[in-house]
Ligand binder design. Structure first.
Ligand code: 13P
Length: 248
């Protein structure tokens, strides 16, 4: 039985004081062991949020990382730096990073592997554009992303650590959600790709989230689908809506 994982991706929102007050306000209501709850604040707030959630079941997630260990990479953050402030998960390959910061599947793959070296679980994002869906290219695109992003990752890591997030780009921040059936169909497809790349057991173990306009009104239906193991929540993770989603 796969445990659901619900992560809040705050994106570039909330300065450290607001991060602190918001987490203090909601933490007791999202502190559960029924689902894995992950908060992904901005880099600057990671350390403070880490202190605040210490002693709870809530996990800390980062939104990005660099794949080199250290050195002259101005502005970048290493896996060790994330580990040192208690980061457990890190989002890689979010479509906004692919779109605005030219992240390729190859870069996503290097980041995921580097995170796994230090025992941080990558949340690997994949998803098609509206145009790709309208041209019936979505399965081809997502399969390519999954294969390239996971290339060379060991089976043990896949079974224990890696999380995949299916986020159709046309549903992000648009209010337009994929139907639960569309989301489930793609998550099932991704599981089949994992089965072909690894084996059936690995495919059964890997957790696959859906992301894109998840809100309290659709969380229950989405999270009850057979192949959807959680949600990656953007806008709704910035308000009390996150509490309702966690308690779906
Ligand atoms: P929204 O929930 O705001 O659509 O964002 C989804 C997302 O990109 C989460 O990573």
């Amino acid at each position: 039985m796969r445990k659901k994982i619900i992560a809040g991706n705050w994106k570039m929102n909330y300065c450290v004081n607001k991060a602190e007050s918001f987490v203090s306000e909601i933490k007791d209501t999202i502190n559960t062991d029924e689902v894995d709850v992950v908060i992904c604040p901005n880099l600057v707030s990671l350390d403070r949020v880490s202190d605040l959630i210490d002693g709870t079941n809530i996990k800390l997630g980062a939104q990005n990382v660099y794949f080199e260990d250290k050195g002259a990479y101005t502005g970048e953050t290493s896996v060790d730096m994330l580990a040192a402030v208690g980061v457990n998960y890190c989002i890689v390959g979010h479509s906004e990073r692919r779109q605005y910061f030219n992240e390729t599947d190859e870069i996503v793959n290097k980041k995921a592997k580097k995170l796994l070296e230090k025992d941080i679980a990558p949340i690997v994002c994949v998803g098609e554009t509206l145009e790709e869906r309208e041209n019936d290219k979505m399965f081809e695109v997502v399969e390519r992303q999954v294969r390239a992003s996971l290339d060379g990752i060991e089976k043990e890591s896949m079974n224990k650590k890696v999380v995949i997030a299916y986020e159709p780009i046309w549903a992000i921040g648009t209010g337009k959600t994929a139907t639960a059936e569309q989301a489930n169909e793609m998550c099932k497809f991704i599981r089949d790709v994992v089965s072909k790349m690894y084996d059936e057991e690995t495919a059964e173990n890997v957790r696959i989230q859906y992301g894109g306009s998840v809100k309290p009104s659709n969380a229950n239906e989405i999270l009850n689908m057979s192949d959807i193991d959680g949600a990656l929540v953007g806008g709704a993770s910035l308000t009390n809506d996150f509490v309702a989603i966690v308690n779906y």
